[in-house]
Design a protein around this ligand. Structure first.
Ligand code: C2O
Length: 344
């Protein structure tokens, strides 16, 4: 029953599919898409994404200024915050069909597309942010919910005067409440110590016990023409889904913003949540370099997505372009992984 609750909440329950098709698609491009070329290492600094709970006031001010600049752009500018938020809605709520399969819904969740799609999404979001703050080394924060110090709503997102604030969240889950990484919609009755231990065990189970091989970690194969939702990998299932649900406002009809695909991108917290999901892909590879490798199936490697870059130019990027964060010129702040010792 816990699993069903989660699935249900993350299904399309917002406006009708017709309305979403009308409202989610990115602004049309007058120029054809260009193929992605990796940034030149000599000209682009390596960006280090910091843990959201550990950043300085200067960092928060700059990040705020970047989000404010995105929000100030008109919605038909693909770099605007609303257009960026709609990217998620468009790729997740049936706005697109796979090339060559009109009428078949394209869905980037619940399959092996989950990790690479969101990596690309954040990558272009971050480049846009960097260009708007005039600092190509600017890196977005990650919500370090897998470690005790990061298990609360990061302070910068809770500040009501901030661009990072979103009123459509669960009012019960502000600081000092600890997140429950397999939250199902019911408040757990744990002490803080029990909640931390529980979360660390959840992480161990999802990242280690349930993810011994690439095909288990990434989720089910999903090829052009397949029905969507072939099956998520363990991380996509938990904690990815529960963190969304924990954040969203239960007083809204579909737990907007974070608790529903169509609206999740409207909460700036979405990008920090997904940065940590993205970090988990790198961490998973790092904890067992021999067995934890990327998939080698060409249908995965050659799957591609369209995004606007900061210029804004429409770019076609393939999964094989994003396997190495170093070639995308970013990395994550090196923080402890306490759950690696939380073997059940
Ligand atoms: Cu595209 Cu967290 O979902």
């Amino acid at each position: 029953p816990r699993r069903d609750a989660r699935r249900l909440l993350l299904r399309r329950r917002g406006p009708s599919a017709e309305r979403q098709r009308a409202t989610c698609c990115p602004p049309p491009s007058s120029a054809p898409a260009v193929d992605f070329t990796p940034p030149d290492a000599a000209s682009l600094p390596l960006r280090t994404r910091p843990a959201a709970h550990s950043v300085t006031a200067d960092y928060v001010a700059k990040f705020n200024a970047g989000i404010a600049a995105m929000k100030a752009l008109p919605p038909d500018d693909p770099r605007s915050f609303s257009a960026q938020a709609s990217v998620h809605c468009a790729y997740c709520d049936g706005s697109y069909s796979p090339e060559g399969f009109p009428g078949v819904e394209l869905q980037v969740h619940n399959s092996w597309l989950f990790f690479p799609f969101h990596r690309c999404y954040l990558y272009f979001f971050e480049r846009i942010l960097g260009s708007l703050v005039g600092d190509p080394s600017f890196a977005m924060p990650f919500w370090n919910w897998d470690a005790p110090d990061g298990m609360r709503l990061p302070a910068m997102y809770a500040d009501q005067s901030s661009q990072l604030y979103d009123p459509r969240r669960d009012g019960r889950h502000g600081t000092p409440k600890l997140i429950d990484l397999d939250y199902s919609g019911t408040e757990p009755r744990f002490t803080d110590k029990q909640q931390v231990d529980h979360n660390l065990r959840v992480m161990y189970r999802q990242m280690v016990s349930l993810s011994p091989t690439p095909s288990l970690f990434f989720g089910s194969a999903y090829r052009a023409g397949d029905d969507p939702n072939q099956g998520p990998g363990p991380l996509e299932n938990v904690p990815h889904g529960p963190v969304h649900v924990w954040c969203g406002d239960p007083k809204q009809p579909a737990r907007e913003d974070m608790g529903n695909f169509y609206s999740a991108g409207n909460d700036p917290l979405f990008y920090a949540h997904h940065a940590n999901i993205d970090r988990m892909w790198s961490v998973w590879k790092g904890i067992d370099a021999r067995r934890h490798t990327d998939l080698t199936d060409p249908d995965w490697l050659d799957a591609s997505f369209l995004f606007y870059d900061e210029t804004p130019q429409l770019v076609r990027i393939r999964v094989r372009d994003v396997l190495d964060t170093g070639s995308l010129r970013y990395q994550y702040q090196d923080v402890p992984l306490p759950w690696t010792a939380a073997r059940p």
